[in-house]
Design a binder for this molecule. Structure first.
Ligand SMILES: Cc1cc2nc3c(=O)[nH]c(=O)nc-3n(C[C@H](O)[C@H](O)[C@H](O)COP(=O)(O)OP(=O)(O)OC[C@H]3O[C@@H](n4cnc5c(N)ncnc54)[C@H](O)[C@@H]3O)c2cc1C
Length: 372
């Protein structure tokens, strides 16, 4: 058995991820729009739903069920797999304006799914408070709902674990239109993280927060999270989750793939994050209930003209081959450039995949939110 790798801050490269666009103004979603890095695009949508209050959201989901339509949910469009883009005939639901917050229970914040995680953290820091885990890059990127849908980790995961360890309540509308309040300890709770919104549309989330010594919790304060306008570079990455004791081997194997394809991008130094285990790991992130490591390769991608989709399909195939050789590794497909036809069963493992589809069938029997 290998020694458990512990990464020091110097070894850990900041994932100051990247892309070339500002948050999309809602009306622009009716025209051509794309996701992070402009890798997947939609010609636009006919029907746009702006999520605001819970009742509007529930009505929209019930209507989609009645009409047999599919809903695409878009947070801040910072995913790279096309899952936030409406196909012809689908409804697009944007959470952009759902960014209200309440400080109603000391040690927590309740915030709308559309607020950017980093903006929530920045707002709290101004009060001597802060999120326990938030995205890296020192800029606004994923929304709260998008971060849950991906799984979520950051630099502080070394201490606090994945983002999932910091969530105390999720209010959502399931695919069949039921309003659900989901908490740690509920059988469904661990399946929300990494589900890419296929179990329900998240309306708001309650998170545990930190407080500096002497900071006063402004009990009863409520408002709208101020939105910042980030500027990103054009980056791509591949991340593998491994049990901590397997991190070094996973990093070596992924690093070798990165070097074989080094000509495709301007590579940055490989990264690794420790994810300390506290209560649970979400099955769609990794089924092992122990400390995890997220290891990754990344680089600056060429612009749209020089971008070789076929070559990146070849990288994808190599990453999938790596997973098949190593059944105890998982990829962070929720945050990566992936292509149609991805083998989700191979990514998640047969058992987790089958159990996830059972949850999907129960909560979304008409497939209103179904992606894979
Ligand atoms: C610059 C950058 C930095 C990043 N940094 C990190 C990081 O440090 N750590 C990390 O873990 N990840 C990171 N990511 C990955 C990111 O967390 C995921 O791609 C995330 O899903 C993006 O959130 P979004 O709001 O932009 O979602 P979108 O791209 O809009 O949507 C992504 C998926 O989530 C679903 N979704 C969005 N909102 C909701 C909702 N309210 N309810 C249900 N489903 C919803 C969408 O339908 C879609 O399937 C980063 C990505 C970028 C581009």
């Amino acid at each position: 058995m290998e020694a458990v790798p512990r990464y020091t801050p110097e070894q850990r490269v900041r994932m100051s991820l990247a892309p070339p666009h500002e948050p999309t103004p809602t009306r622009a979603l009716r025209r051509r729009h794309s996701d992070f890095g402009d890798h997947h695009a939609s010609p636009g949508c006919d029907e746009l739903i702006v999520m605001d209050d819970l009742e509007t959201l529930q009505r929209a989901v019930l209507r989609a069920n009645e009409r047999g339509l599919r809903i695409r949910v878009r947070g801040r469009g910072h995913s790279m797999n096309g899952s936030s883009l409406a196909r012809p005939g689908e409804l697009l639901l944007t959470t952009a304006s759902a960014s209200r917050y309440r400080l109603e229970r000391p040690g927590t914040i309740t915030v709308g799914a559309g607020a950017a995680i980093y903006d929530v953290h920045a707002m709290l820091r101004a009060r001597g408070l802060g999120l326990l885990v938030y995205n890296d890059g020192d800029q606004a990127a994923p929304s709260v709902g998008g971060y849950v849908s991906a799984g979520g980790f950051g630099e502080a995961s070394d201490v606090h674990g994945g983002f999932w360890e910091t969530v105390t309540d999720v209010t959502m509308v399931a695919g069949d239109g039921r309003v659900l309040d989901c908490r740690p300890g509920d059988a469904l709770f661990p399946w929300l993280f990494g589900s890419m919104g296929q179990l329900g549309i998240i309306h708001e989330v309650t998170l545990r927060i930190t407080a500096d010594a002497g900071a006063v919790y402004p009990l009863g304060e409520r408002g709208v999270v101020p939105a910042s306008a980030p500027r990103w570079e054009r980056l791509l990455w591949y991340t593998i989750f491994a049990p901590a004791r397997r991190g070094a081997a996973a990093a070596r194997e992924l690093g070798a793939i990165g070097r074989r394809f080094a000509h495709l991008w301007r590579a940055r130094p490989d990264y690794a994050y420790n994810l300390r285990f506290h209560r649970f790991n979400p099955p769609l992130i990794h089924p092992a209930q122990e400390d995890l490591v997220a290891v990754g390769v990344w680089g600056d991608a060429p612009g749209p003209e020089g971008f070789d989709h076929e070559a990146f399909r070849a990288v994808d195939r190599e990453v999938m081959a790596m997973l098949r050789r190593n059944p105890d590794l998982r990829r962070y497909l929720q945050s990566e450039l992936t292509f149609a036809g991805l083998d989700h069963r191979a990514c998640f493992g047969a058992e987790v995949h089958a159990r996830f589809l059972e949850h999907v069938a129960r909560l979304d029997p008409r497939g209103v939110l179904r992606r894979f």
